[in-house]
Ligand binder design. Structure first.
Ligand code: APR
Length: 175
């Protein structure tokens, strides 16, 4: 079975997939960026659910319900803060993508949407982050029953980086 991978431009809070990934902080607390958008769209139940989890280390992922989102689950992935590239950032970013795919499969999700973890407030350069994202998802989905994985990019540059990493033309559409 093969998993379809696609990059699109959009707002991840509107995605109709089984699970969406949040670019979280280690406290699993509300923040800005995609995290702020997810907390606002999900509603107050998400804050309580995250408080009950008590945080997560960098590179790890925790699941909650989707609350007010169309998605059934939210997977809170704690990305690394970019510190120049020699503090293990690449391995920690890869861990976010790998653990998200594994957790999605454990939950029974068939479709999964990622934001560009760590590339906003945490400062990870977009192009290398997209390479890590695509390579890690490609190598992890094998053997997991996921039908589709979507990279939801908030701007054109992020979209172009993911399409390049996927080996797709800038305007390509897969589904
Ligand atoms: N849908 C999809 N992507 C979005 C959305 C959205 N609604 N809003 C922002 N983004 C994009 C950003 O443009 C960026 O490309 O998500 C990417 C990740 O950026 P951030 O949200 O800033 O996440 P990150 O760099 O991982 O920083 C995490 O920011 O919000 C806090 O609590 C969070 O402390 C944590 C830190």
């Amino acid at each position: 079975m093969s998993t379809r991978l696609e990059a699109v431009e959009g707002d991840i809070t509107l995605e109709h997939v089984d699970a969406v990934v949040n670019a979280a902080n280690a406290h699993l607390a509300p923040g800005g960026g995609v995290c702020g958008a997810i907390f606002a769209a999900a509603g107050p139940g998400l804050r309580e659910a995250c408080e009950a989890l008590g945080g997560a280390p960098t590179g790890e992922v925790r699941a909650t319900a989707g609350f007010g989102l169309p998605a059934r689950w939210i997977l809170h992935a704690v990305g690394p803060v970019w510190q120049g590239g020699d503090r293990g950032e690449e391995a920690l970013l890869a861990s976010c993508y790998r653990r998200s795919v594994e957790l999605a499969a454990e939950l029974g999700a068939r479709s999964l949407a990622f934001p560009a973890i760590s590339t906003g407030i945490y400062g990870y350069p977009v192009e290398p982050a997209a390479e890590v994202a695509v390579a890690t998802v490609r190598s992890t989905v094998e053997g997991h029953p996921l039908d589709r994985v979507r990279f939801v990019c908030f701007d054109r540059r992020t979209l172009a980086a993911h399409r390049a990493a996927l080996g797709q033309a800038p305007g390509a559409r897969r589904w």
